[in-house]
Ligand binder design. Structure first.
Ligand code: DGJ
Length: 708
């Protein structure tokens, strides 16, 4: 429910469990945030707006501006001393934006409502709209902003244009949880206390990045997994971005979230042009970090991920088995083994096209290599289908190797600065997908590939960040490429999905370099890390689960020792970690022993019985990953079924696992454990279970079903 009271300028957004209120003072100011938390009434919102206005009206000492930190969307200029969400430069180097509320509109849709607040920028023919959307079935609030240059002659330079400013409560302590990382170590959860200063998390790489993820969760330092108020927000965007948390003494903390990196030159908005930010979504949860994750996962599955009701198949991927050494005979052999194990989808990774004998050549030449596949992919695909599996193919469409026919024909299609040699990474350059002709070419190649071959799955990879992001001959469009590349990728993916609705997509960027809700809206799962070491993965998966649901988290069981850190972990442990997401197999099956194959086949069978719980259920993180025992649990929405994975990396003194208290079960219910013993939900939740684990890298899976 959304309401707007023109007399007081107060608007109130109600979600099923929360309220969010702000007001526009006298219609000609920046909206001031007044409330976000459990449900309140419209009268309460007006009262809070009145009290805030009263507080602002007293005489404030010089050097302080009462509204700072409270602005719903801070503008550059006037008495705004923090960082602004919108920073425009008008002709004559004028950097001050003033505006007047010109009207509002509320759209009632079947399952959501949208509020639009229209502002006319004073002295210029420019208008800004603040958009808010709430849903009937989620406490998540979507925000975005659009900007229109209505002038017939004046261009406007856009220095900063964030999606939202999220105002935090006036706590003494603001503890911010965020995700950091690097290649092979993505989504590492960190919690830091904000000081009276600014904290910037960002990607300057043209992709979401392995190094930070556009998400935060704020609490007052006391929230736990199951208790406390947690405010969090994210951004639906797959290119460079910035998250800026600012807090000054006696001011509330405010978090700005938007596209484009820090110190990014202005983007010119020509007369008649319109620009719209990506969505930033925010959430208040009174049920701790776990409760926040549940609400995010529900939102992602209901409102972001396409076809989220389907469980994902168990796939086999060839990359770690064969690297670039792919040929028809080798892939057929792997496919037979994969089918015997119970895999449902066979994915041919890198190496099937052009002169792709290594990472030095071939990218851009999306023709089947006929030395390796003499009759094209048809015979392999037919065999894979005959074995009862779907067929998937790897591509990296935004890239080109200088050693490729594409580059020889179109060296001007890559990002580069005039007269400079662009720096290669992994021997490849980034194609300029901001160019319509290049985006069309990519779409044409992929469409042809999907039309000519019976393909059910595409792994879309992206293996280097942007650098030398220039566009020779188009200096005016250079700033735009950071945005237009991403929208170019979105447009190609959207067009492919429309034309080939039976094809599922996996988003990959050298592992988890492009995990975000923008990409999630047009793909079916993420390859979350190239690191398949089961121990490292537990930390990566723990961080990933803060915002993203298990249904999107592709995990493979691979060979020993793992290529990242040479660790040797038992097969069951590797499976139990990968089974906590969308299970896949990535090892060289031709080298697996009969005993390993039999164990793997059995575990895949078990996974198929429990995957609806993992992929579509609710996750309960029963502790942080650690070397001693820790566990993760999944429960179906009706609490009829649950799955618990318990892991212990290293045992000491032959100690027993202490009872692990489960969550989210039916209190009065009785559950059968692994088809045997029956235990009450009360005992399981209030006392816990203590599985017996022996040795290092020990793990177990417990499947609980409600006894009717
Ligand atoms: C990086 C991906 O993350 C890997 O899984 C694999 O697809 C390679 N690229 C192939 O080059």
């Amino acid at each position: 429910m959304i309401s707007f009271d023109p007399a007081s300028g107060v608007f109130l957004l109600d979600t099923p469990g929360t309220s969010y209120a702000a007001f526009v003072p006298d219609g000609d100011g920046i909206p001031i945030h007044v409330y976000w938390g459990p449900r309140i009434g419209a009268g309460d919102a007006r009262y809070l707006a009145f009290k805030t206005a009263e507080q602002f009206a007293v005489e404030w000492p010089c050097f302080r501006s009462p509204a700072n930190g409270h602005e719903e969307y801070p503008l550059d200029g006037r008495l705004q001393f923090g960082r602004s969400a919108l920073s425009l430069e008008f002709p004559g180097a004028i950097r001050s934006t003033e505006w007047t509320l010109s009207g509002h509109e509320i759209d009632e849709n079947a399952h959501d409502q949208e509020l639009r607040l229209w502002f006319d920028v004073s002295h210029h023919d420019v208008s800004v709209t603040l958009h808010y959307r709430v849903y009937d079935d989620s406490d998540v609030i979507d925000r975005w902003v659009s900007l229109c240059n209505d002038s017939a002659s004046e261009a406007v330079d856009v220095h900063r244009f964030d999606s939202a400013a999220w105002v935090m409560p006036e706590w003494a302590v603001h503890r911010m949880s965020h995700l950091t990382g690097r290649w092979a170590a993505e989504t590492q959860l960190r919690r830091v206390e904000l000081t009276d200063s600014r904290l910037v998390l960002e990607s300057r790489r043209g992709i979401t990045s392995h190094h930070a993820n556009p998400w935060f969760a704020m609490d007052d330092g006391t929230a736990t997994e199951t208790y406390g108020d947690v405010y969090s927000a994210t951004l639906h965007w797959s290119g460079s971005w910035r998250l800026l948390a600012q807090r000054e003494l006696d001011e509330p903390a405010q978090v700005l979230l938007g596209w484009g990196q820090e110190d990014f030159g202005p983007r010119r908005l020509e007369p008649g042009d319109r620009l719209q930010t990506p969505v930033s979504s925010g959430l208040f949860s009174a049920r701790g970090h776990g409760g926040a994750s549940h609400a995010w996962h529900d939102y992602a599955l209901r409102h972001v991920l396409p076809s989220s009701h389907e469980v994902r198949p168990v796939l086999f991927n060839s990359w770690e088995a064969t690297g670039f050494s792919v040929d028809e005979a080798g892939q057929r052999a792997l496919a037979r083994q994969a089918a015997d194990l119970g895999c449902e989808l066979f994915v041919l990774d890198d190496g099937w096209f052009g002169d792709r004998a290594s990472d030095r050549a071939g990218l851009g030449d999306w023709r089947v290599n006929t030395d390796r596949f003499p009759q094209g992919l048809g015979p392999l695909i037919s065999e894979v289908h005959a074995l009862g599996m779907g067929f998937g193919l790897w591509i990296e469409p935004e890239m080109v190797n200088p050693d490729s026919d594409l580059y020889r024909a179109h060296p001007e299609w890559t990002y580069q600065f005039e007269g400079r040699q662009p720096a290669a990474m992994r021997n490849q350059l980034v194609l300029n997908l901001a160019r319509l002709d290049v985006a069309h070419w990519v779409l044409g190649e992929l469409d042809a590939l999907l039309s000519a071959n019976d393909i059910q799955f595409v792994k879309w990879d992206m293996n280097r960040p942007f650098a030398d992001a220039g566009w020779p001959g188009e200096p005016d469009r250079q700033q735009r490429l950071w945005f237009d590349h991403v929208t170019g990728v979105y447009a190609v993916l959207d067009a492919l999905r429309t034309k080939h609705p039976g094809v599922a997509f996996e988003a990959c960027s050298g592992g988890g370099g492009r995990v975000d809700l923008g990409m999630m809206a047009r793909t079916d799962q993420f390859w979350v890390s190239d690191n398949t070491d089961a121990v490292d993965r537990r930390y990566i998966q723990h961080g990933y689960s803060q915002l993203y649901p298990a249904r999107t988290m592709a995990c493979w069981v691979t060979d020993l020792p793992t290529f990242i850190n040479k660790r040797r972990v038992p097969l069951a442990y590797r499976f139990h970690v990968a089974m906590a997401g969308v299970l896949g197999i990535g090892g060289d099956l031709t080298a697996w022993s009969a005993a390993e194959t039999a164990e793997a086949a059995e575990l895949i069978e078990v996974y198929k019985r429990i995957r609806h719980v993992v992929q579509l259920g609710r996750v309960h993180r029963l502790g942080e990953p650690s070397r001693s025992a820790s566990a993760v649990q999944y429960v179906t929405s009706d609490a009829d079924e649950a799955v618990v994975f318990v892991y212990r990396e290293a045992q000491q003194y032959d100690s027993l696992v202490r009872p692990i208290r489960l969550r989210g079960l039916q209190a009065g219910g009785r559950y059968r454990l692994d088809g045997g013993e029956v235990v009450s939900g009360d005992v399981l939740m209030n006392h816990g279970i203590a599985p017996v684990l022996t040795g290092d890298y020990a793990s177990t899976l417990i499947h609980l079903r409600l006894v009717r």
